[in-house]
Design a protein around this ligand. Sequence first.
Ligand SMILES: Nc1ncnc2c1ncn2[C@@H]1O[C@H](COP(=O)(O)OP(=O)(O)O)[C@@H](O)[C@H]1O
Ligand SMILES: [Mg+2]
Length: 308
Amino acid sequence: MNESLSANCQSLVSVNRLCKTYGGVKRFFGATTPPLKAVNNVSFDIAPGETLGLVGESGSGKSTTGRVLLQLEQPTSGEISFKGNNITGLSKPMLKPYRRDMQIIFQDPYASLNPRMAVGEFVGEPLDVHGLAGSRSEREGRVAALFRKVGLDPAFMKRFPHEFSGGQRQRVNIARAIALNPAFIVADEPITALDVSIQAQIVNLFQDLQDELGLTYLFIAHDLSMIRYLCHRVAVMLRGRIVEIGPCEAIFENPQHPYTRALLSAIPVPDPDIERDRHPISFDVNANLPPEAAILRSVDEGHFVLEA
Ligand SMILES: Nc1ncnc2c1ncn2[C@@H]1O[C@H](COP(=O)(O)OP(=O)(O)O)[C@@H](O)[C@H]1O
Ligand SMILES: [Mg+2]
């Protein structure tokens, strides 16, 4: 375990030196594709009830980190622990009890839904899969309760996905994700595809559910604006590596890595006077790739930066 990066010794989730490489495979025709280190030596812990934000530009390896963490894909190397158990490389049956406890919510709420399934069926499906549905009326009662929890009228249970707005569809996905009382949810850009006016409502829902159910989140986003309101800690990813990780306030008030500073400077400010004087900082990724041997060094309590 990488103690130096722990927010808390009793972490719920912990990844240690996680790597995921794609490519490098000899094709039948043509040359070998060069290997791509989508996730490169990533370590972090998440404490129970905590939200860790994972930010960085598109292609930096955020989704891959989330998928490998949930064992939807095998890591190339490294270790994943959940509730103190090493779950790396477990077989499907061995993983089943953990699957209940770890859920994922994706960016596109429509693509995640089954267009031919009434949303009530969709939300209740995990209960069937795990044999928890009980009688028909019991199941209906549980699904109705899930609907209420995410701010949807249970009268909509018989409707189909196309009858809902983007925000409502994401509420349906969230209802399904919490159906089995998970401890941990990876939310992979869950608000990116939604209208700006709806984004704050969904962020608030995530927060309310965390307070009510004690959920732990890995919240993936490619911009930092909502992260500030939701996350306890933030990790900044660049080309497969974490370049900075620390308490939310430290990242926003005292960013150390030039890439973090560039990301922060790109956020528009609501105050027009400040906005007028805002100067986005540019950051040339290709000219500033983190050296392979660079390590995270501590700058403050729980705040680490990848040295150049
Ligand atoms: N299944 C895959 N096969 C090959 N390359 C992949 C695969 N999934 C992701 N990648 C590559 O890995 C890198 C990281 O992707 P991803 O984790 O989706 O980034 P992000 O979520 O930060 O946008 C990208 O260069 C992407 O093209
Ligand atoms: Mg992604």
